[in-house]
Design a protein around this ligand. Structure first.
Ligand SMILES: Nc1ncnc2c1ncn2[C@@H]1O[C@H](COP(=O)(O)OP(=O)(O)OP(=O)(O)O)[C@@H](O)[C@H]1O
Ligand SMILES: [Mg+2]
Length: 223
């Protein structure tokens, strides 16, 4: 089992991709530390940037570990059902400050009793990734609407969107649109969302286009 999984990961190039993703912040970290050792530099600023690189690497490692836990089945995804609205409100509350900084408005709507067949923590993971993405990529002035009805969670924003030919690739591990490359992120968020939803028997779908925003629909089978 263990060997088969390791092989499978190698085959999909996962290991190579992770190493590659770690190399960039590591190289930046090294050069920042080298600069910090020079005389007459703003050491505090360089160290603050170095800290950011370390944080980026920790995020990547956390995501990779989480994904591999999901895949090995150690994290039980679908266990009972969770009423979605309170979780969406909690997640959006937690990200309210960074949404405000990005000038992205988050709206939440739906039936108060609507449940999704996910463990609470898994629903948090899904919602957090979708909200974080709108904050990072939708652009200033955009509105993200999270809506829930029985068996369906929808996250639609009216921001920049992505090219139509990129839509099918959004859920691939490490995929990032060209425009996103300048910002922080590793391209694992939507792969995790898909993995969680599919593990619970559901499906994900993305639609939209440049300037028309992005809509991600997670739909689950009826109980
Ligand atoms: N709301 C959105 N609007 C426009 N583009 C988006 C949006 N959400 C995702 N994307 C695009 O999809 C890509 C993949 O998203 P994903 O969440 O998988 O990775 P990431 O945000 O780049 O990194 P991570 O989530 O691992 O930190 C993003 O890099 C971005 O190009
Ligand atoms: Mg993301």
């Amino acid at each position: 089992m263990e060997e088969a999984r390791a092989y499978d990961e190698l085959r999909t190039g996962f290991t190579a991709a992770v190493s590659h993703e770690l190399r960039t912040p590591l190289a930046r970290l090294l050069s920042l530390l080298e600069s910090a050792a020079l005389p007459g530099v703003d050491r505090d600023a360089l160290l603050a940037q170095a800290r950011e690189q370390v944080e980026e690497m920790s995020e990547l490692v956390d995501d990779v570990l989480f994904l591999s836990e999901l895949e090995s089945g150690r994290e039980v995804v679908a266990l009972g059902a969770t009423r979605a609205l309170p979780v969406l409100e909690e997640v959006s509350g937690r990200l309210a400050d960074s949404a405000e900084r990005a000038d992205v408005t988050i709206r939440i709507e739906g039936e108060p009793g609507a449940a999704l067949p996910l463990r609470r923590r898994m629903l948090q993971v899904v919602a957090e990734n979708l909200v974080q993405n709108a904050i990072r990529y939708a652009g200033p002035g955009a509105t993200l609407t999270l809506s829930v009805r029985p068996g369906v969670l929808e996250a639609g924003d009216d921001g920049r969107g992505v090219e139509e030919d990129e839509l099918p690739r959004l859920f691939e591990r490490f995929f990032r649109s060209d425009r996103a490359r300048a910002s922080r992120g590793t391209g694992l968020g939507l792969a995790i969302v898909k993995h969680v939803v599919v593990s619970a028997g559901g499906a994900v779908e993305a639609s939209g286009g440049p300037g028309r925003g992005l809509r991600v629909i997670c739909s689950f089978p009826a109980p």
